[in-house]
Design a protein around this ligand. Structure first.
Ligand code: GLC
Length: 553
């Protein structure tokens, strides 16, 4: 009884598995070398077999694609490279038939410089949209209003000849920041979201949302790099007053609809979570990045590799679990389109990528929260073997390369840092089969297909019962069969162990234990931890083989 009611208390998006598609790299049905919406529709059966119920698609609106769609020119139209609005309607409808709801990505901190709003705003200081972006005069010496560095590198200000003023861009200069102080801007954005609610989407991922509120006074920050600039993040992330805007957003878009909103929330501290999610909050879930920062840039300078331990990683994962047990709900993820591949990122030992992918999948699919998979994660890709900086497409990676050179790295060192951390590692085409271009496209792919595609692809893994894909499908079914894995409490076990991440789930009388060996050495655990439970795979009680993970239910 209790188990059933605990499960019934959860919303559909808490009980399902979410999957992120980077549409440019998923499947091309038009032979142009870039993915299409029709390609996603074609793969709905594949997603259904993975237990997916929420399908987050990164921006596919009309865009000049400077940042692959995160520079939106028109939020009411699909970019022709992806197809048409009819293709989107078809995807939403066919998805619903399979219990898969489309989740749109709302880029509301900024637009593209080609958005009609910005074109008008630029044209003079007195037009209908004059105040829709963040405009400031130059300093008396003609330089930028502040010394802020944009997230993609270089000044966060760009000069506009027509207006004789600077505009602010938190990201690339082609991504001018909107002025949320203006109620007309907010209304225009909420109208867009409601247009998509009307299309029947299941929710929204909200991009870069912590930057929408700017400080009331703009001043120089402390210089924190060899370029003489100061990170814009320090000046503008999570500024007081931001929650007022977001409550208005929630009331206008979320309330009264059976949808969810997950915010991308760089800069929100666990201590503030109750104001951001849950009963008093503004979102259903928040992506926070504390665990991705452990292997990536625990040091001040992202490109300097740092040593970290499994317990460092466990501490932040546990903190997120504890915080979301009190407020809101946890969106569990290892990967997204901005991260390198997890099989490389979260391990410091050598060993099979397939085994590493299974270790990560075991944790992700049995932890408390909604698991968010990123395309290809279920196959266990590694990072791609980039050979030169010219092979990268991502504008952020190119800027990071320059930044690393500025920090005193030589060319080989700067390249090595980009190979390790580049967002393009996530963006190589999805590997469907062993045919040319991995079955992604009959045309020349926009980004090279990973060298390993002949061995690592969906078709090969479907035929192999021991593959990462088979394991992810198995775990998805397990989750569906055992309410404890969805609605159960979460408690860490073996807290200080440097090899094993272990936790238990409890719901009424039901209990499940996950044990994941992140090292390539044998590890031991106390069999009493799993007393009365059965392993879902063959295993030696009390012992974990190198990179072995197991669930007991
Ligand atoms: C978010 C997106 C990233 C994009 C940036 C600017 O961080 O995830 O891909 O480049 O916002 O929109």
């Amino acid at each position: 009884m209790t188990i059933v009611s605990e499960l019934n208390d959860l919303a559909w998006w808490q009980k399902t598995i979410a999957y992120e598609v980077y549409p440019k790299s998923f499947l091309d049905t038009a032979g142009k070398g870039t993915g299409t919406l029709a390609g996603i529709t074609q793969k709905l059966d594949y997603l259904q077999k993975l237990g997916v119920g929420a399908l987050w698609i990164t921006p596919c609106y009309k865009s000049p694609m400077v940042d692959n769609g995160y520079d939106v020119a028109d939020y009411y139209h699909i970019d022709p490279s992806f197809g048409t609005m009819a293709d989107m309607d078809e995807l939403i409808a066919r998805g619903r038939e399979r219990g898969i709801r489309v989740v749109m990505d709302l880029v509301f901190n900024h637009t593209s410089e080609e958005c009609a709003w910005f074109v008008e705003s630029c044209s003079s200081r007195e037009n209908d949209k004059a105040d829709w972006y963040i405009w400031r005069d130059a300093k008396p010496d003609g330089s930028a209003p502040t010394n802020w560095r944009s997230i993609f590198g270089g000044s966060a200000w760009e000069w506009c000849e027509e207006r004789q003023q600077f505009y602010l861009h938190t990201f690339a200069k082609q991504q001018p920041d909107l002025n949320w102080e203006n109620p007309e801007v907010r209304k225009a954005l909420f109208d867009i979201a409601n247009f998509w609610v009307g299309k029947g989407v299941g929710g929204f991922r909200i991009d870069a949302i912590t930057y929408i509120k700017k400080p009331s006074v703009f001043e120089d920050g402390d210089v924190d790099g060899a370029d003489g600039l100061s990170a814009v993040h320090a000046a503008t992330a999570n500024t007081p007053g931001i929650l007022d805007f977001l409550h208005e957003f929630k009331a206008a878009v979320r309330d009264g609809h059976d949808i969810f909103m997950v915010g991308e929330a760089n800069g929100v501290d666990a201590s503030e979570l109750d104001q951001w999610v849950g009963e008093r909050g503004v979102f259903d879930m928040l992506f926070e990045f504390s665990h991705t920062l452990i292997p990536m840039h625990k040091s001040e300078i992202w490109c300097r590799k740092v040593d970290w331990t499994l317990t460092d990683l466990k501490r932040v994962l546990v903190a997120s679990q504890e915080a979301t047990a009190k407020n809101g709900w946890y969106p569990a993820f290892w990967e997204n389109h901005d991260q390198p591949r997890s099989t490389v990122n979260y391990f410091q030992c050598d060993g099979s990528l397939a085994k590493k992918a299974k270790v990560l999948g075991t944790v992700l699919l049995t932890t408390r929260g909604t698991p968010f998979l990123f395309q290809g994660e279920e196959l266990g890709y590694g990072n791609a073997p980039w050979r030169s900086i010219d092979e990268f497409d991502d504008l952020s990676t190119r800027n990071q390369y320059e930044f690393a050179l500025g920090e005193g790295f030589d060319e080989a060192g700067a390249l090595a840092a980009c190979v390790r951390y580049s967002r393009d590692n996530a963006r190589t085409p999805m590997q469907w089969d062993a045919s040319e271009h991995a079955g992604f496209s009959v045309g020349e792919p926009w980004l090279p297909v990973h060298d390993d595609y002949e061995a690592c692809n969906v078709a090969a893994q479907e035929a192999n019962a021991d593959s990462p894909l088979a394991w992810y499908r198995r775990l998805a079914s397990l989750r569906a069969e055992h309410p404890v894995l969805v609605a159960g409490d979460w408690n860490e076990l073996m807290t200080d162990d440097e090899q094993v991440f272990a936790f238990e789930r409890r719901l009424g009388d039901a209990r499940a234990v996950t044990l994941a060996n992140f090292s390539n050495k044998q590890a031991a655990y106390d069999p009493a931890l799993v007393k009365g439970l059965k392993p879902i795979t063959q295993t030696t009680l009390g012992e974990l083989q190198p990179l072995e993970s197991v669930v007991f239910v």
